[in-house]
Design a protein around this ligand. Structure first.
Ligand SMILES: [Zn+2]
Length: 412
């Protein structure tokens, strides 16, 4: 018989509007057997009962926007891809410790890391492997205009450049060949990029058509980095399936997104915090001004339009984006007028939709995979309890205990 674990505490299932105060979750093998009010009759004999002080049980966090290649590029850091790959193995462990049980990656490492986690070779969240971030030359991924484009494409682990429809066919197919489960492009310039302006539109309509068509023929979607308004709108009109950052959405963008069911991924801790970050290059500091106000306006608008919002962080475990505080993305969304429950749903149930796994992940319901957390504190009263890995006392992925903090105790 499968080992049974019973977690006792307040239950936030990410389905209902409120928490169940005196609740429990029964985990049998890799799945959830029960989630709801405490009921002694439903606890099998010999089950291990666990709780902690002021315990909350909730689904694991899903980060829909991450780059597992880390903060440093091969070119800048002097590290080899092998060094960076090993660093990302450590980073995956840090994600689990912070309560992250699922991620959508956008880098060259997604597929190998995903498979290593699946085989049980390394400790990490479930990974949906995306493509490298596709942009035009002179665009968001053009990290060094003095290196030839082909050399950048061979060396860079996060970005990939393509110009013209022919190159777009080849570039997108190369991503699928390397294991991408979805495609990420840059529809606009960005704040962090060296040579573009964030109001630039990147790919032409013709190129967008090629990229989107190719992804759809592979039965998946294209999600787009979107900063400036006009480039975002052009990409939405061309039919992109997802918007990342959405820093400068206007009403027309939101209307198209509502009409076409296009989800919006937050990265708000970065958008709201950029102006206060340390050791940024001068061009970034200059471009960062005003981003906070734009992003807050965008997300308020998105809420009015009832758009599907999913949490994503763009974190890379750098000095400015430490994984142990990755859960502050929940708080960042509440700063834009979302309720704590809306923020939790964005970081759980809605993330599962973007991973195309909402039938088995993202909520605490009988039959779903047991990816869940035992957190010290009540995030509905103070969402900031999720901002610190220390409060995440227990992490289960597929029913396996991958983190057990010092404050977890047995109940007899
Ligand atoms: Zn990103």
């Amino acid at each position: 018989m499968d080992h049974t674990i019973v977690l006792l505490g307040r239950v936030i299932d990410a389905v209902g509007e409120e928490a169940v105060e005196n609740g429990m979750v029964v985990v049998r093998g890799e799945t959830i057997g029960y989630a709801g009010p405490y009921d002694e009759a439903l606890i099998p004999e010999g089950a291990e009962r666990l709780t902690c002080e002021d315990a909350t049980i909730m689904p694991g966090m899903i980060d829909a926007h991450i780059h597992l290649t880390g903060a440093e590029s091969v070119h800048r850091s002097g590290d080899t891809p092998y060094d960076l790959l090993l660093t990302s193995v450590r980073d995956l462990g840090d994600l689990v410790d912070a309560g992250v049980t699922g991620v959508r990656d956008m880098s060259a490492f997604g597929r190998v890391l995903r498979d290593a986690v699946r085989k049980g070779n390394i400790r990490g969240p479930r990974i949906m492997a995306g493509s490298r971030v596709l942009s035009i030359s002179s665009g968001h991924c053009d990290s060094d205009p003095f290196r030839p484009v082909d050399q950048c494409n061979e060396e860079d682990l996060t970005g990939f450049m393509m110009d013209g429809p022919e190159a777009c066919y080849k570039g997108v197919r190369r991503q699928f060949r390397e294991g991408a489960e979805f495609i990420k492009i840059c529809a606009t310039g960005g704040v962090s990029s060296a040579v573009d302006d964030y109001n630039d539109q990147e790919f032409s309509e013709e190129e967008l058509r090629v990229i989107i068509g190719e992804a759809h023929r592979h039965n998946t979607y294209v999600t787009a980095h979107c900063t400036g308004t006009s480039g975002t709108k052009a990409a939405l009109k061309a039919g992109i399936d997802g918007v990342e950052h959405g820093v400068m959405l206007d009403e027309e963008c939101c209307e198209i997104m509502r009409e076409n069911h296009v989800p919006l991924v937050t990265t708000l801790s970065v958008s709201l915090g950029l102006a206060d970050m340390k050791n940024l290059p001068a061009h970034m500091m200059r471009k960062a001004q005003g981003v906070r106000e734009h992003a807050m306006h965008s997300f308020r608008l998105a809420r009015q339009y009832g758009l599907t919002v999913a949490l994503g962080t763009d974190y890379s475990n750098s000095e400015n984006t430490p994984f142990r505080h990755i859960g502050q993305e929940f708080y960042s969304l509440t700063r834009c007028g979302y309720t704590p429950m809306e923020a939790i749903r964005a970081g759980t149930a809605n993330g599962a939709k973007l991973m195309k796994r909402e039938k088995e992940l993202g909520t605490l319901e009988a039959g779903k995979l047991a990816d869940l957390l035992l957190v010290k504190g009540d995030p509905l009263r103070d969402i900031r309890v999720l901002s610190d890995a220390e409060n995440v006392q227990l992490v289960l992925i597929g029913g396996q205990v991958l983190k057990r903090g010092p404050e977890v105790r047995h109940v007899l």
